[in-house]
Design a binder for this molecule. Structure first.
Ligand code: NAP
Length: 291
């Protein structure tokens, strides 16, 4: 029986390409999306690749839809071996510009969505004493960036959540958890982040405005480098890293997906690039004898 993989946010970008790549690598793929009327792009990419995927509705902000997806997939597929929390939304806006509603939304989609999905699938994986959870965070989950405070904080939260689970689940329950930390990816993300950023009323013309223009210029410079260096990767390149983690004998706690990302995060990661030394130290101090 082929292993079963579930991916959130597969209507476009990284999620779509990961669904196709895993299906090409002998996984039974349940590709979830919040609006299944958007399944056309995924199904035609799968058809072009000569594979099939099952499309299932799942909105990461809705615990009921998550539980229904988990129950339905286990009933049909028999088990869930791999769960990839990929769904997310970009948001580049200074916190003083953000509304109360926006602050909650960016945290809900990027952080609580991950918490809800893991909570729903973990009992099943724990019972089987096997499973892999991959959380797509970002270099922004390790390194704070201007005008990204709210998005980075949500991704930092996923990093902390993953780190904490990784001290317990692999050793005691056979469930591995990993953060995959891309730099830029050439997807719809930038466009949707910009829509979320500018909203309908635009941005205030204040002291932050000229600095924000500088930030946007830098963003465009990096986005324009695709093909010349790896500041912006293709979704296929990042999906290949996800596949490597899924197939790894001993998955890391965290992994960057490009040399650009590795350079950006080096002050945080140089001593322990994949997070496994830190994990061993924490386990020793909190669950064994060492102070
Ligand atoms: P994308 O093309 O915009 O894809 C994001 C996916 O998340 C879409 O399928 C979107 O569905 C889905 N989504 C949004 N809200 C959702 C919800 N409430 N429930 C379920 N799905 C929801 O962007 P991407 O670049 O592939 O992003 C994938 C992941 O990579 C995200 O976690 C993102 O933070 C991370 N990342 C991206 C970049 C980058 O530069 N692109 C860099 C680092 C990390 P809809 O079509 O319905 O909106």
């Amino acid at each position: 029986m082929n292993p079963v993989a579930v991916i959130t946010g597969t209507s476009s970008g990284l999620g779509l390409h990961t669904a196709v790549l895993l299906a090409q690598n002998a996984f039974t793929v349940y590709a979830t999306m919040r609006d299944v009327s958007k399944k056309g792009a995924l199904l035609s990419a799968a058809e072009d690749a000569g594979v099939s995927v099952q499309v299932v509705p799942l909105d990461v902000t809705d615990a009921v839809s998550i539980q229904a997806a988990v129950d339905g997939i286990i009933a049909e597929g028999g088990q869930i071996d791999v769960w990839i929390n990929n769904a997310g939304a970009g948001f580049a806006k200074h916190p003083e510009w953000a509304t109360e509603e926006e602050m909650h939304w960016v945290t809900d989609v990027n952080y609580f969505g991950v918490v809800r999905c893991i909570r729903a699938v973990l009992p099943h994986m724990r019972e089987r004493k096997a499973g892999r959870v991959l959380n797509v965070t970002s270099v922004g989950g390790l390194v704070g960036q201007p005008f990204n405070a709210l998005y980075c904080a949500a991704k930092f939260a996923v990093e902390g959540y993953t780190e904490a689970l990784a001290t317990l689940l692999p050793e005691h329950f056979g469930v591995h958890v990993t953060c995959v930390e891309p730099g830029g990816i050439a997807t719809e993300f930038a466009a949707s982040a910009t829509v979320a950023t500018f909203g309908t009323a635009g941005l205030p013309d204040d002291e932050y405005a000229p600095i924000f223009q500088q930030y946007l210029a830098g963003f465009q410079r990096r986005a324009g480098t695709s093909g010349r260096n790896d500041a912006y990767q293709t979704p296929e390149e990042v999906a290949a890293v996800l596949l490597q983690v899924v197939q790894s004998e001993d998955p890391p706690v965290r992994v960057r997906t490009s040399q650009w990302g590795e350079r950006l995060c080096r002050y945080k990661t140089a001593a322990d690039p994949d997070g496994t030394r830190q994990r061993a130290d924490v386990i020793e101090r909190f669950l064994h004898e060492r102070l």
